[in-house]
Design a protein around this ligand. Structure first.
Ligand code: ZN
Ligand code: ZN
Length: 107
């Protein structure tokens, strides 16, 4: 757990202060204040995860490896993670669909 203080008051901004953790999936800094509202938790990593990773986890499960893929493909960010998943043909286990006895006309 870290603590971030962003004092922008000198430049007319605001004083921003929050506890932070790093996302185990993509290493992004998670603003714990925002996180408390948005949620997002990976039980496999047993750690809070950032909101974009939470969205991805709904589809793909725990995907800490995406960060490595991310680095390999040249620092692409969250917006493109889904594309990366597609490009790398990451195993999304789909239920196998089988058709039984529907050849048509036989029955
Ligand atoms: Zn993340
Ligand atoms: Zn995870």
């Amino acid at each position: 757990m870290g603590h971030v203080v962003n004092d922008n008051r000198a430049s007319g901004g605001i004083l921003e202060e929050f506890d932070s953790k790093s996302c185990p999936h993509c290493q992004a800094v998670i603003n714990m204040t925002t996180w408390k509202k948005e949620g997002g938790y990976c039980f496999k990593c047993d750690a809070p995860i950032c909101h974009p990773c939470w969205g991805l986890m709904q589809k793909y499960g725990c995907t800490p490896f995406l960060r490595q893929v991310d680095l390999v493909l040249g620092g692409k960010r969250h917006q493109s993670l889904e594309d990366i998943v597609r490009q790398t043909k990451f195993v999304v286990s789909r239920p196998a669909i089988k058709f039984f006895g529907t050849k048509g006309g036989d029955a």
